[in-house]
Write a protein that binds this ligand. Structure first.
Ligand code: AMP
Ligand code: MN
Ligand code: MN
Ligand code: MN
Length: 288
């Protein structure tokens, strides 16, 4: 089969970060949905990678290691996906630990912000839902507020409470772009700009993101993702061609009830692009 037609899903989350399913359950679901090549890309953490690999192989899925690193760039949070790295690389492991370090204090401050508008117990609630105290995310707050009956769904919690300028938003300094890219490439992986259409950048700032990313050694961009519409796929197909970037494909699956796109349920990558997995052939752990 042509490389670009591989049912690759190289962006998904488990209970190790803000997904609702264990790594094993995400692997099983991906296999059931026809995924052939899979990466679990939990936020700022690689602790689920050994479980993900074992489950992938058991389910007949070819596997790449993955993570999604939170980066601050030009006043915006940008996500950089790493694929095919050695998850025991000390600089990567330390970099991710440093990136996670501020999350608990941030979560406390988010709870205080929400308490000021009359929502009590949000920090404790989010922490309980997080499972991993090191990785309390806005998603856990969103789930708690739905559970508490404050909002009907997680999306509306973001719109009403968690986006910039709202009571539950706490500005956070994440990793630097160059550091995140170097942690990934230094560990033998490929760095990919996640869901580029999600950022509120001017064309100038977007150009700066892409060119600086490439200068630091970044090589890929998500073209087909759960958060891209048809026009976004067209736009970032052009971007990938123009900048000579490898193209990635991933659902950004978090939960069967919250995610718009299930694992592997994505359109194919355009045949004109080079899939990121073509450059990662020797990093894939094959099930068969
Ligand atoms: P954090 O890293 O704690 O800022 O949380 C970011 C996570 O929140 C993302 O990875 C998404 O899973 C989730 N998220 C961001 N925006 C939205 C939204 N509008 N609706 C639902 N989930 C969102
Ligand atoms: Mn997430
Ligand atoms: Mn993301
Ligand atoms: Mn994601």
């Amino acid at each position: 089969m042509a490389h670009h037609l591989t049912n690759a899903d190289l962006h998904s989350h488990s209970t190790v970060s803000d997904g609702t399913l264990a790594p094993e359950a995400v692997a099983a679901l991906a296999a059931e949905r026809g995924v052939e090549l899979w990466a679990l890309t939990d936020h700022d953490e690689v602790a689920g990678q050994a479980r993900a690999r074992a489950a992938a192989l058991a389910a007949g899925l070819n596997h790449l290691t993955g993570c999604e690193i939170s980066v601050s760039f030009a006043g915006e949070t940008v996500h950089i996906v790493g694929l095919g790295f050695d998850e025991t690389d000390p600089a990567l492991v330390q970099g991710l630990a440093d990136t996670r370090a501020g999350r608990l204090r941030r979560a406390r401050e988010m709870g205080e912000g929400l308490a000021r508008v009359g929502i009590e117990g949000a920090f404790e609630g989010a922490l309980r839902l997080a499972g991993n105290a090191d990785l309390v995310t806005r998603t856990h707050f969103a789930r708690f507020l739905v559970e508490a009956g404050v909002c009907p769904n997680t999306h509306s919690v973001f719109t009403r409470y968690l986006k910039e300028g709202l009571p539950g938003f706490v500005p956070t300094q994440w990793a630097r772009l160059g550091d995140a890219v170097r942690w990934i490439t230094g560990a033998g992986g490929v760095a990919v700009i996640a869901h580029p259409a999600r950022y509120r950048f001017s064309p100038t700032a977007e150009y700066a993101l892409i060119t600086e990313f490439i200068e630091h050694g970044g090589r890929g961009i998500e073209v087909v993702t759960g958060s891209h519409g048809v026009a976004d796929v067209v736009k970032y197909t052009d971007t990938a061609s123009e900048f000579g970037l490898l193209a990635s494909r991933g659902s950004d699956f978090h939960s069967p009830t919250e995610s718009r796109v299930m694992p592997g349920e994505l359109t194919d990558l355009p045949g004109s692009l080079t899939p990121v997995w073509q450059a990662l052939q020797d990093r894939v752990v094959r099930a068969r």
